[in-house]
Ligand binder design. Structure first.
Ligand code: HEM
Length: 410
């Protein structure tokens, strides 16, 4: 069923069941996550080349700069107990601000960075009004129209539109090239022709993409990283093995490069297992465009039904992942990986509408882990919550409160 919905008959399940209103919220209307039908198809085709391995490689130096800042921040705090969600949020905001907005936020030096504040505000649905608002987008579309609701927080998105436009203008004026998302989006606009089906004919359409990358990328990356550190602190043998791999590769390579990261197989296994145990988006969503019958079972979905794919349910099913509560990167070794049942591992979704930022997210996370694990030991303390309690009010899967770990400089 999943293969049919997500891949084979994707043309009948193209959209998510999320309300939009172009007049009230042009920003959301033009973002991949929310866009519908032809607009989504054209936008996705236009943006896909922005996320190729080649483009990620060009952004690698920007990622390395932010990882160095993370490293020196930890270096100055020997043996301190650090809240790792906040730590990694500084890192993810630095990277995405650098790659999507072309600005240096320096969150490790500046706790009051506006971008850091906006990153939290943008997707914070905890207040009563905002939680009713997000609920309406999925379940009460008429409310979205009547009250002209916006998906992202308006103050935060207005601020980010301003930042984006200013950088774009500066770039074009001073002819600066950084190989980041802004450059790539601006090149897409420059090479548009009359036959292009989707055009960046308004700056807001380009800003919408940068803001979408910012909101989709910040919390997902920082939570994945902090949960990985948490599991590494609880599983010292896994942490040691990861450190050994990173040290060996860095010893072989003269410089820490994009290729070094590709050699770190255990690092990949570790991240895959974090995303198995903690799928940031607990479910996928599609809407049936037609009345649809599954041939094999005769089961019928009416037109307009919202399909919820329970990622957490699949990732915790002992039939697919024995002893699912156990953190075990071996599940993703070359030998074991091939036995994973198709469509039971879905942290980034599946099919033409899967996560476009997957490569970026994995690379950014690997750079941070490689940089930190080689020189620092992460340990639990009496402030570390074990087990974690999850926060039902959060948009992404994450624990309540912080993740406190002692960071020892080795
Ligand atoms: C660990 C990090 C991340 C996780 C776990 C994650 C997960 C997901 C999931 C589950 C979806 C829905 C896929 C589906 O419906 O099949 C999605 C969609 C999306 N993600 Fe991510 N994501 C991550 C990071 C990022 C980053 C860094 C970016 C941008 C740079 C990004 C941009 C997007 C966009 C734009 C969509 C909508 C795609 C579309 O509808 O065409 N994500 N993500």
């Amino acid at each position: 069923m999943l293969k049919k919905i997500l891949v084979k008959d994707f043309d009948k399940f193209t959209n998510r069941n999320i309300a939009t209103n172009e007049a009230a919220d042009p920003l959301a209307f033009h973002t991949l996550f929310i866009a519908k039908d032809t607009i989504w198809r054209n936008l996705r085709a236009k943006l896909s080349p922005v996320f190729t391995s080649g483009k990620m490689k060009l952004m690698f130096p920007l990622m390395k700069e932010c990882a160095k800042d993370l490293h020196s921040y930890l270096n100055k705090r020997p043996n301190e107990i650090i809240e790792t969600k906040t730590l990694m949020k500084k890192y993810s905001v630095d990277i995405i601000s650098s790659c999507a907005f072309g600005i240096n936020t320096d969150c490790f030096k500046n706790d009051n960075s506006e971008m850091l504040k906006m990153a939290t505000k943008l997707v914070d649905f905890r207040s009563f009004i905002r939680s009713i608002s997000i609920f309406s987008f999925f379940f009460l579309p008429t409310f979205v129209d009547i009250f002209k609701l916006t998906f992202a927080d308006k103050t935060a998105s207005d601020y980010l539109i301003d930042v984006f436009k200013t950088t774009l203008y500066e770039r074009e004026k001073k002819k600066i090239v950084r190989n980041d998302f802004i450059d790539l989006l601006s090149n897409l606009r420059k090479t548009e022709t009359i036959t292009d089906s989707y055009k960046f004919d308004d700056d807001i359409k380009m800003a919408a993409q940068a803001i979408a990358f910012f909101s989709a990328g910040n919390d997902t990356t920082s939570i994945t990283l902090s949960l990985t550190l948490y599991e590494l602190a609880l599983n010292k043998n896994i942490q040691d093995r990861l450190r050994q791999e990173v040290t060996e590769v860095l010893h072989e390579d003269e410089e820490f490069s994009y290729e070094s990261i590709q050699k770190m197989k255990y690092l990949d296994m570790v991240l895959n297992e974090t995303l198995r145990k903690y799928p940031l988006a607990p479910f996928l969503n599609r809407k049936s465009d037609v009345r649809y019958t599954f041939e094999e079972t005769g089961f019928t979905l009416d037109k307009g039904v919202s399909v919820i794919v329970p990622i957490s349910g699949l990732h915790y099913d002992p039939e697919y992942y024995p002893d699912p509560e156990k953190y075990d990167p071996e599940r993703f070794s070359d030998e074991n990986k091939k036995n994973i049942n198709p469509y039971t591992y879905l942290p980034f979704g599946e099919g033409p509408r899967n996560c476009i930022g997957q490569r970026f997210a994995l690379l950014v996370s690997k750079v941070a882990l490689a940089y930190t694990i080689k020189d620092f030991l992460f340990e639990t303390t009496n402030q570390t919550a074990v087990p974690l309690r999850f926060d039902p009010g959060s948009l992404f899967v994450q624990n309540r409160g912080g993740i406190y770990l002692k960071v020892v400089n080795i």
